[in-house]
Ligand binder design. Structure first.
Ligand code: PAD
Ligand code: ZN
Length: 373
């Protein structure tokens, strides 16, 4: 299949500007590539970090979006794991299957990832999108804010054909990232005490993971108290707003829990809250997990005593899941009602309202907005 498809996409021409809906040309997939018709795509804060210029390595112009579900339209030579018509989820965390990380039992940051170093290009160094004669970059090896996208075979996986795209798109990022941070990275134990900083789509999924792991106390922390209702519905046993206290929130948490929580999660993406989350876990056996994306080139000044006494500080990308193995299983679990996603989806909008979706996120009025083509 060598035909070029003309379709609608949201282009981010430069940082700090609204996305513009344009007609783009999407080239046919080359060898080991897959062209996907996107059915539904969620808006994640990471896309907004790229628009706001916080992630300085992201190349422009670019098509953002990385949390989606769709159907395979065509495949390039040598593709064996999917065929046209398959329902799929694109993977911002690829699983190449051949690299040292993919073979390691612990890791999931596959060598072919676009996260540690963003090129915005396919593996052959070119893009599959053009608009007004200009090549347009792909974000996070997925670029799902387009009616059609092209990804490498390592960055897509087949899922249950019956799964509703407008819900399971969240398994492509937000849900799996937060839930996995609790169950895979922290390995939260039954009876433990947890604190989740930031109750957006990813943080609320971390709350769900803590609950599923059997935590007996889950403290939600957010400066937007409107998030507390859903947090409690999903498993938070109490919620606190740092603005309601005179003293630093880590001191409040240490006092409330008799020395600090067992597990804390930073799901915001700010260096101050990363420090606060670290300091709020128990000085000896507490573990803090960084899930929020740190701004490029930011630095943290750390008192080594915080770690010397025994705390553990970890990061977690895509919830620690090996994506190709885990995503179809998570979809099956969703279909088997092992967890629900409706509480995370506050808005469903037509694709053309993408900028409205970002405004809702920036104003703190949405959890996840899902865009439909
Ligand atoms: P979101 O904006 O929906 O949620 C963030 C929440 O944090 C909001 O409810 C805010 O009110 C709250 N907040 C902001 N500032 C503070 C503060 N100072 N103290 C307490 N609460 C605060 O974002 P999201 O849930 O889509 O994403 C959260 C982060 O996770 C973000 O940095 C995103 O880029 C990152 C992310 N990481 C991965 C990964 O693989 N590690 C994947 C996806 C998203
Ligand atoms: Zn995301």
């Amino acid at each position: 299949n060598s035909t070029v498809i003309k379709c609608k996409a949201a282009i981010c021409w430069e940082p700090k500007k609204p996305l513009s809906i344009e007609e783009v040309e999407v080239a046919a997939p080359k060898a080991h590539e897959v062209r996907i018709k996107i059915l539904a795509t969620g808006i994640c804060r990471s896309d907004d970090h790229a628009i706001s210029g916080l992630l300085t390595t992201v190349p422009f112009p670019i098509i953002l979006g990385h949390e989606a579900a769709g159907v395979v339209e065509s495949i390039g030579d040598g593709v064996t794991s999917v065929k046209p018509g398959d329902k799929v989820i694109p993977l911002f965390m690829p699983q190449f299957g051949e690299c040292k990380v993919c073979h390691h039992p612990k890791g999931n940051l596959c060598i072919s990832n676009e996260i540690a170093q963003a090129t915005g290009l396919m593996l052959d160094g070119t893009t599959r999108f053009t608009c007004k004669g200009k090549p347009i970059h792909h974000f996070a090896s997925t670029a799902t804010f387009s009616e059609y996208t092209v990804v490498h075979e390592n960055s897509v996986v087949k899922i249950d054909a019956a799964a509703p795209a407008e819900k399971v798109c969240l398994i492509g990022c937000g849900f799996s990232t937060g839930y996995g941070a609790a169950v895979n990275t922290a390995k939260v134990e039954p009876g433990s005490t947890c604190a989740v900083f930031g109750l957006g789509g990813v943080g609320l999924s971390a709350v769900m993971g803590c609950k599923a792991a059997g935590a007996s106390r889950i403290i939600g922390v957010d400066i937007n108290k409107d998030k507390f209702v859903t947090a409690k519905e999903l498993g938070a046993t109490e919620c606190i707003n740092p603005k309601d206290f005179q003293k630093p929130i880590q001191d409040v948490l240490v006092e409330k829990t008799g020395g600090g929580v067992d597990y804390s999660f930073e799901v915001i993406g700010r260096t101050e809250t990363m420090m606060a989350a670290l300091a709020s876990c128990h000085m000896n056996y507490g573990t803090s997990v960084m899930v929020g994306v740190p701004p490029s080139a930011s630095a943290i000044n750390l008192d080594p005593m915080l770690l010397f006494t025994g705390r553990t500080w970890q990061g977690s990308l895509f919830g620690g899941w090996k994506s190709k193995d885990a995503v179809p299983r998570l979809v099956t679990d969703y279909m088997g009602k092992k967890f629900a996603l409706y509480a995370l989806i506050t808005h469903t909008l037509p694709f053309d309202k993408i900028n409205e979706g970002f405004d809702l996120l920036r104003q703190g009025k949405s959890i996840r907005s899902v865009l439909l083509f």
